[in-house]
Structure formats: structure tokens, C-alpha cells
Write a protein that binds this ligand. Sequence first.
Ligand code: ZN
Length: 198
Amino acid sequence: MKLEEKFPFEIKEERKEIENRKIENVEGMTIAGKTFAERLEKTKGLSDIFELVKRGVRKVLGFGRAGLNLGLSDLGAPQGGFIGAFYPVGSNIIVMNKTPLRRIRETNTTLYKPYVFHVLLHEYIHSLGMTNEEMTRKIAYEISHKLFGQNHIATKMAKNIVKFLPNLVYPDASWTPPTMGLVELVENFDRSNIKYYS
Ligand SMILES: [Zn+2]
């Protein structure tokens, strides 16, 4: 079964809601006394950040999915840009492009966690059945804004990634990498099977 068929109702409803809604939260969300920004700050590694993505999406949209893996691979650089990550439609894996990931971690530590959050959020929205690229970006912005407030780097990235990473390319949903070598699985990436966040 295609994921588009699994979630069409929810996505359509959310879409209407998102298009009609004004964003009012400027400070970001606080959960159990901690802001989302603090929670992102405390994450240790990719698995932690993805847990936060899923938790945040569930908070804002009211649904999510489990059973996703994370892989790392070299995804190449189409038209001089780079791909942050991609989600093969209908699959159960998000593949992050490891070269830019390592570069950003080494050269710009302030951007690293917001960047990981941003690209995982974007691909996670795709994995929920949203194939429209423009809507995916709108939803990613809306969610980031709700979670982090308007001044957080993750929100600013969702608003306009070009300001931060001018060479980042979002492929359309049908894109597959011209060269994808070995995909290394990130262990314990999806822990929501054993630990459920409400
Ligand atoms: Zn996309």
C-alpha cells in the first residue's frame, strides 16, 4: 500500500488548516518545562534529533509514523548543489547525504543540529505521504515555527534555506540519486517502536 493512500484524509485536512491558519507562536513550544530549542540543544546524534522531529510533528499535526530507518550515503551533487537527504517514495528509509553532513558538523557547529532537524523534518513529511514539494516546505516551516518560534535557526532555515546553505537542493519527490553507494544504517535510529512519546 502506498503511503499516499494511507494518509490522504489527514494530509488534506491538515493542508486546508495550514493554508488558513495564521502563525501566532513567536517563542516556540514548551513541553514539560523545556523548550523545543533546549531539547534540540541537548540531543546527542542523529537518532535523538529524529526522535525530536517525530515528537514535534506529532505535537503539531497530531499524527506520525513508526518503522523508519535512517541511512547514510553519498548522494552526489546534482547541478553543482547538494542534496541534504532523500526519502525513496514508498520505502521505510530516509537516506542522509553524509558528505555535507560531515562538512557542516566540522565547519559550522551552530548550523549542524538545526540543519539535521530541518532535512529530517522535510523528508519525514514526505514519508507521511506528502509528495508535493511546495506543500512539504510550507508544512515544514509551519511545524518549525510552532516548535521553535520565529527566531530559531531551524525556523529560519525552513523559511529560506538559501540564506544558510545556498547550494542545498531539494529534489522533487520522484528523484533518485544517480549514484548511491552503500547505505550505512544508523543504529537505533527509530526507537519509537519501543518507546512511545505522547
Ligand atoms: Zn522534498
